[in-house]
Design a protein around this ligand. Structure first.
Ligand SMILES: *Cc1c(COP(=O)(O)O)cnc(C)c1O
Length: 460
């Protein structure tokens, strides 16, 4: 058939729009999007004719193709996935999943006006961090608290409000890069303060800080080296010692804790992580940490510490720019409340629940899945293997959690079979994200709670 004859077989958009199937699509997706989709299909159809002298695949059913395209376009950019990567707090997958109480609190705050900056007792304007500050003081023993969008913002605000134009003394071993362009020296510059490095990469002594103190010194700062560890011939100054020096010299001491944990993780057999309340008790002036790392709440930056300094943060113009919204505050409040009942914390806080799962339980889960899945994947050899998961988000970088993974080894040993498997799972209604290592696909089961949901994805 000639190109001309093929072109003449393409239906006119106007005619299509009058068909009942398109009237229904128009009602569902709106006129503009439907017409845009049809235009794209017409262009693609003409390209197909010009390039291959044939009509497009959807020649007999333009409505079905339009529906498929419109539905595909509906998919959220934030699609729920199965995180079987073995990293519990995976930054690229949104870090902590929220507790049910936090999810409910956020929906309530979204549906109705709330007392965000409104004090019901004296019917005046309250301050938006007030309710959370009370909770945070109860949990950490601090005098006051301030909440911003994330911990990077918290560090910027602490430096800008407490040290602008002055010097901040930091150990050379703690000039960290967190990733995503967050480097302590750069943040100092942005906050308008001068970095005064002391000590060496591996060893910093109290006398190094003491000798650095002068009329320009505004702050003594410690940064938790969350994402790396220096071992061997090392020395660093404890927060207690630095707080002591700060008190003697009348200079505030601030600590960027990164993750931090409000509960002692060693009671669950997990590696120790510094606790904000211990630093407050040691006399540190301000401590900042993330809401969505080990705390298990929403993305937020939490600063706790001395009343006078928190008041400076609250009244700084940057606080207005960095303040958290009502949904974050609602989720954070609900999450913090869970810490008031530590006995139920493991059950209620997903992050802690996943981190404390027992290897034997994960192994048993792997074996259940193995027996159901092996017949469905004849081209692969399935096995349950011990593996080591990680906490993620720079928390406890060298510590690994023993668990179990379901592995898929292609029987023909080909990398292309693995790549196809990964692609097929990425294309599932709820994508399944594992990792390829050692010629096999690894599904680390530590974060798998919805077993039936996963089975559904892997069966299709
Ligand atoms: C993670 C981290 C930050 C940044 O926290 P966000 O909440 O991701 O902004 C800053 N400092 C340290 C030490 C960290 O570990």
């Amino acid at each position: 058939m000639s190109q001309h004859a093929l072109f003449s077989q393409l239906p006119a958009t106007d005619r299509l729009l009058r068909e009942p199937a398109f009237t229904a699509l128009c009602a569902e997706f709106g006129h503009t999007r439907l017409v845009d989709t049809l235009r794209q299909m017409q262009t693609a159809a003409r390209d197909e004719i010009r390039a291959h002298q044939r009509l497009p695949e959807w020649r007999d059913d333009w409505a079905a193709e339009a529906r498929r395209r419109l539905h595909k376009d509906e998919e959220s950019a934030l699609r729920p996935v199965f995180n079987l990567t073995g990293t519990v707090l995976h930054t690229n997958l949104g870090r902590a999943i929220q507790a049910e109480a936090a999810v409910e609190a956020v929906s309530r705050a979204m549906r109705s006006p709330v007392t965000l900056e409104y004090d019901l007792d004296d019917a005046g304007r309250g301050h938006r961090d007030r309710a959370l500050a009370a909770l945070l003081c109860e949990l950490t023993g601090a005098e006051d608290a301030c909440i911003v969008n994330n911990n990077a913002a918290a560090v910027l605000l602490m430096l800008a409000a407490c040290a602008q134009g002055g010097e901040v003394v930091v150990s050379r071993g703690e000039l960290v890069e967190i990733g995503g362009a967050f480097r302590i020296p750069d943040v100092m510059r942005q906050a308008g303060c001068q970095l005064h490095e002391v000590g060496t990469t591996n060893r910093t002594h109290l006398k190094d800080y003491r000798q650095a103190i002068g009329p320009e010194t505004a702050l003594l700062m410690k940064v938790h080296t969350s994402n790396y560890q220096i071992s061997g011939f090392t020395k660093s100054v404890s927060e207690e010692e630095l707080a002591q020096l700060g008190a003697e010299s009348d200079i505030p001491v601030v600590v960027d804790l990164g993750s931090g944990s409000l509960v002692d993780l060693t009671q669950y057999g997990l590696p120790a992580e510094p606790m904000p309340q211990r630093l407050i008790a040691a006399g540190v002036s301000l401590v900042s940490f993330s809401g969505d790392k080990l705390l298990g709440g929403p993305q937020a930056g939490i600063i706790v510490g001395k009343k006078g300094l928190i008041a400076r943060l609250q009244s700084h113009p940057l606080k207005r720019a960095l303040r958290a919204d009502k949904m974050t505050l609602a989720a954070l409040e609900a999450t913090l409340r869970l810490y008031r009942h530590p006995e139920k914390l493991v059950e209620r806080l997903p992050t802690l629940r996943l981190l404390t799962r027992k290897p034997a339980e994960i192994q048993a889960q792997g074996e259940r899945l193995l027996s159901l899945l092996a017949p469905l994947y004849p081209d692969f050899e399935l096995r349950v293997e011990p593996c080591l998961s990680q906490i993620g988000s720079g928390s406890l970088p060298v510590d690994r959690l023993p668990g179990a993974a379901l592995t898929f080894a292609p029987r023909d040993g080909s990398g292309s079979a693995l790549a196809r498997l990964a692609e097929r799972w990425r294309g599932a209604a709820r994508p399944v994200i594992g990792r390829i290592n050692d010629g096999r696909m690894w599904l680390d089961l530590r974060c798998l709670e919805d077993e039936a949901g996963l089975m559904e994805m892997l069966q299709s």
